[in-house]
Design a protein around this ligand. Structure first.
Ligand code: ATP
Length: 236
């Protein structure tokens, strides 16, 4: 399970037309990156999938079921986890409490269920901080906790919005290692990114968007061989 499809999705914010017909597919167990510069519509695409913005046209399905018009909690309940750009943690709850409140039973037995020891196994640097209020963590620690909280919901698929933006290189390295591990476990992943080097390390395929429209789709190896496309649409 974990197959996501978008077909010709349009989204408006008020009267501003932001997505102009986005189509993409993430197959079960794939790690796909949505690349593009600032403000091209990457976040809006994830928000539209998650039900935080409503598409005016087009189809969005997860495991064959339409997500259009469903509220975010129902979409989460269908197995889609979301790690937003702003790293939402409960600042007054401890690391441990943040993880515990996010626990939800798995929908299937595809992937072994997550629990607190498994999260600390994935993010060893969080373990010594388990009794610290999350508001006192560094940006990198908060990002790991946000990913950990999402995993505690036992999703089949994770959407991550620029998961390493603004983080120190050593933390980026750690998060790359952890995302690779999640991929090996069979989790389906769609994430947004501006930096192709980070994307290349973990993705199987990429879609490039610009001005709310898909401009390129291919494997990371294919994209590596397209300097003109990279120069035109990406920060390199
Ligand atoms: N709530 C909103 N109301 C109106 N316009 C919005 C809203 N949110 C985003 N936009 C506009 O939609 C466009 C796409 O924004 P979006 O955040 O999806 O881009 P992005 O590719 O994720 O960029 P970033 O890297 O800055 O997150 C931008 O022009 C932005 O100003």
């Amino acid at each position: 399970m974990g197959n996501l499809k978008l077909k010709n999705v349009h989204t408006f914010f008020g009267t501003s037309h932001i997505l102009f017909g986005i189509s993409l597919e993430v197959k079960r167990g794939e790690c796909v990156c949505l690349l593009g510069r600032n403000g091209v519509g990457k976040t809006t695409t994830l928000k539209t999938i998650m039900g935080l913005a409503r598409p005016s046209d087009g189809e969005i399905t997860f495991n064959g079921k339409s997500l259009v018009g469903l509220p975010p909690y129902e979409i989460a309940g269908m197995g889609v986890g979301y790690v937003p750009e702003d790293r939402i943690v409960f600042p007054d709850l401890t690391v441990l409490e943040n993880l515990e409140v996010a626990a939800k039973p798995p929908l299937t037995d595809d992937i072994p269920p997550w629990d607190v020891p498994a999260i600390f196994g994935l993010f060893p640097s969080l373990k010594p901080l388990e009794n610290r209020p999350a508001g006192y963590l560094s940006g990198g620690e908060q990002q790991m906790l946000t990913i950990g909280r999402t995993l505690m919901g036992n999703p089949q698929m994770m959407l991550l919005d620029e998961p390493v933006e603004g983080l120190a290189p050593v933390v980026v390295h750690e998060i790359v290692r952890q995302l690779k591990h999640l991929k090996e476990l069979g989790l389906t992943i769609l994430f947004t990114e501006q930096n192709i080097r980070f994307a290349t390390e973990i993705s199987d395929r990429a879609y490039i968007i610009e001005s709310g429209l898909g401009r390129y789709e291919g494997t990371m190896a294919d994209l590596e061989r397209q300097p003109d496309i990279k120069k035109k649409y990406l920060m390199i």
